[in-house]
Design a protein around this ligand. Structure first.
Ligand SMILES: Nc1ncnc2c1ncn2[C@@H]1O[C@H](COP(=O)(O)OP(=O)(O)OP(=O)(O)O)[C@@H](O)[C@H]1O
Length: 488
């Protein structure tokens, strides 16, 4: 395992030497650890909404195979175990090893002393052969035992990855897109469910006891529901903008429309069919979600971070599609100023161990790497948002995407960057239904087919910009607050 230095913990010793942190320099080891690190809760939504659980488990398996005999435990663990085993091994293992060599001999000696007629050259040769074979079996068992411990740790890490599971049940049987799906995009509807349906007479349907659309977050202590009495319909290919005050339920609407959560009562219809009837992974792979909470995955290159937007992209098209995604995400300058471009790994995952380095010793081969690491690659908040948007554009290039939800992804972008991002998203909407959540009305509401104005978990108003302005209600009030700010 090669090592390189990192400007981490630095302690001066009286000898003039400096203790530094040393990192493992194996790309496979770092990749393996990066993929394992994605089980953290921080990345849960990114992984689930991107339908990436299986892909990440596969990739981690592949990186484990690529690691071959490189131990992927932390250096501290390896060190502690070596220290322990080096004391035990000579005392117990070597003794056992030595004893085993003699056991057959002792047995045969005793046996032959009772049956002297059986002593022959063949018997002695067989005895020696069995002795060697017994010894090598023992050695392979002990080494397998130690490998088993290692595999146990790896299995545990894989198990942790498997626990990045969905909150919702995956019991649907229908494939998506289905028979009723449109080329223009996904149609979405939130509606009441009629609890008791009575056939009063032939062709006459009487429904009673409507069950409201309600959503409460699991385990929430809130006294009111995050969504209550919400019903509307979005047509295939529509551009819809959701507006409303903080906490009014805008993001929650995206969560239930994309089945990150199931509504508590009521129904979400996708192309006229209950969303629960579709296979969950089909729904996931048809949706792209861009929010301010999505992350760049640490330890993976920018290229891989963007490629994760569409893991099924054919190998031959990947490079061109990534370049296009970077352009559309407005991240060309960000990538351009990094020495290693899209190969840059931000916040690389590392393994560490202590290392003594004489600071004056320029002949030390680690010195150059140490200097390189001191120039750690970082990006600003706005640059990060551009890179994350690039992953969404990578995803949107896939024909499978039928619904794109964009939830205020521009908080750190400059005004020019924000306008450009919204424009490119709108331009890429062919064959997709689009839903934007925004507090800034200007760049989007004038293009919207529908505006949903949320208030206290309810749809306060629904309609086009002109209709809602005419209504002179909540939307008109919020619009005028922004418009007046520019005029005064
Ligand atoms: N994961 C969660 N668990 C419990 N309650 C939540 C969760 N997410 C949101 N809520 C609550 O649900 C309500 C609606 O939140 P939501 O995030 O949908 O509002 P929002 O309109 O998107 O707000 P903002 O404009 O601030 O982003 C709030 O009262 C919020 O506290």
């Amino acid at each position: 395992m090669a090592h390189l230095l990192r400007p981490g913990r630095v302690d001066k010793f009286p000898s003039g030497k400096t203790a530094r942190v040393v990192e493992a320099d194996s790309a496979n080891l770092q990749r393996n650890q990066a993929l394992s690190g994605l089980v953290q809760n921080t990345y849960r939504m990114d992984i689930i909404s991107g339908n990436l659980v299986e892909h990440i488990i596969d990739q981690r398996n592949m990186s484990l195979v690529a690691l071959e005999d490189i131990d992927d435990r932390s250096p501290e663990q390896i060190f502690a175990e070596r220290e322990g085993s080096s004391r035990i091994r000579p005392a117990i293992f070597e003794m056992l090893n030595g004893l085993l060599e003699y056991i057959p001999m002792v047995y045969y000696t005793v046996h032959l002393s009772h049956n002297p007629s059986e002593i022959s050259l063949t018997n002695i040769t067989t005895l020696q052969a069995s002795m060697h074979s017994l010894r090598s079996t023992y050695q392979s068992v002990t080494s397998s035992f130690s490998r088993m411990k290692q595999y146990g740790a790896q299995l545990q890490a894989l198990y942790d990855l498997e626990t990045v599971h969905n909150i919702v049940k995956d019991e649907g049987q229908l494939s998506y897109p289905g028979e009723k799906s449109s080329e223009e995009g996904m149609s979405l509807e939130l509606r009441y469910v009629w609890l008791d349906t009575l056939f009063v007479a032939c062709d006459q349907l009487k429904t009673t006891n409507p069950r409201n659309v309600v959503f409460n977050y699991p385990g929430s202590q809130a006294i009111s529901s995050a969504l209550n009495d919400v019903s509307f319909k979005i047509g295939a290919g529509d551009l819809t903008v959701i507006v409303g005050a903080n906490g009014s339920g805008k993001s929650t609407l995206v969560n239930v429309l994309s089945r990150l959560y199931d509504i508590t009562s009521g129904q979400v219809l996708v192309d006229g069919v209950d969303i629960k009837e579709y296979k969950l992974s089909d729904i996931r792979q048809s949706i792209a979600i861009l929010t301010q909470d999505v992350h760049l995955f640490p330890g993976l290159s920018l290229e891989e971070n963007i490629r994760l937007g569409d893991v099924d992209c054919p190998e031959s098209e990947t490079e061109g599609r990534i370049a296009e995604a970077v352009r559309m995400g407005g991240a060309e300058r960000v990538v351009g100023k990094l020495e290693e471009g899209v190969d840059t790994v931000l916040n690389s995952m590392v393994t560490r161990q202590g290392h003594l380095l004489d600071e004056e010793d320029e002949t030390n081969p680690l010195a150059a790497k140490y200097k390189q690491l001191q120039k750690a690659s970082t990006v600003s908040g706005g640059e990060r948002q551009r890179l994350v948007a690039s992953r969404t554009f990578m995803r949107m290039q896939s024909d499978k995407i039928k619904f794109v939800a964009v939830d205020e992804p521009t908080s750190a972008l400059d005004p020019e960057g924000e306008l450009a991002l919204f424009t490119r998203l709108r331009e890429a909407r062919k064959g997709k239904t689009m839903l934007f959540i925004t507090h800034r009305f200007g760049p989007l509401t004038k293009y919207a087919d529908n505006i949903i104005c949320m208030k206290d978990g309810k749809v306060a108003e629904f309609g086009s910009h002109a209709t809602l302005m005419e209504l002179n209600g909540e939307y008109c009030r919020m619009y005028n607050v922004q418009a007046n700010a520019f005029q005064s």
